[in-house]
Design a binder for this molecule. Sequence first.
Ligand code: SAH
Length: 266
Amino acid sequence: MSKAVKSDYDRLPPTGRVTLVGAGPGAADLLTLRGQAVLSKADVVIYDDLVNTDLLKHCPAGATRIYVGKRAGMHCMPQEQIGEILVREARKNLRVVRLKGGDPLIFGRGGEEMQTLTAAGIPYEIVPGVTAALAAGAAAEIPLTHRGAASAVVFVTGHECANKSDQTAVDWAALARTGATLCIYMGVRRLPEIARALGEGGLAHDTPLAVVANATLPQQSVHLATLESAEAVSERLRGQPALIIVGDVVRWRELSQAARPMAATA
Ligand code: SAH
């Protein structure tokens, strides 16, 4: 007797699938175990700039590696083209891994890829990753929601797309009033402007901030400033991936380091 077909899914021809995997912030051992397991079975891996290429060691030797990175101001591959590659490879009945820096759904355009795959009828899954804000907090020893100092944390982009509608434009003055710790992605270039807007919105000019560049990588560096002294840091770090943390919680780094005479300074 032939094996019963259990569902429509069993009747469909074998089909490729895509897994969007968060690669974490940089250090290769900050990939999740689930991400590693998915990579170890990949036929094709499609990866970006901020992905540590050491992670590709987890793929089978014969896996195809496709680089689709884009650096700020130097777009080497439009998002639509990345979507086309995902669909094209999955339609070859392959196991496709889309490896993205940090978490795929935090400023990672994972949403667009979900839409593209849905439209093409390709099944997908998402494996979360350690996003840069959390890595930066840990790297700089800044407790993002320290009790008594902040009861909320905001992930916000400092780099507005030219075509964003007003609805998604960042209202820095409103954020200044929340008292939340602000974790600003892609904000180094516009930091002086952002600091001014936060000051105008009511944040004290001596509100501390930390800029953590290359968090979790050997070249990691932590730079402390205040809203009014932010400009110099911005100039120094331009072009490096860096996460800006604004808020009173930044003082806890100074306090904990002062209490440890041997603590390393960045
Ligand atoms: N999806 C990613 C974010 C992509 S946007 C995530 O979840 O982390 C790219 C921005 O992330 C960079 O401009 C920078 O602000 C931040 N970033 C990524 N990796 C970083 C790192 N190792 N250290 C500091 N900031 C980082």
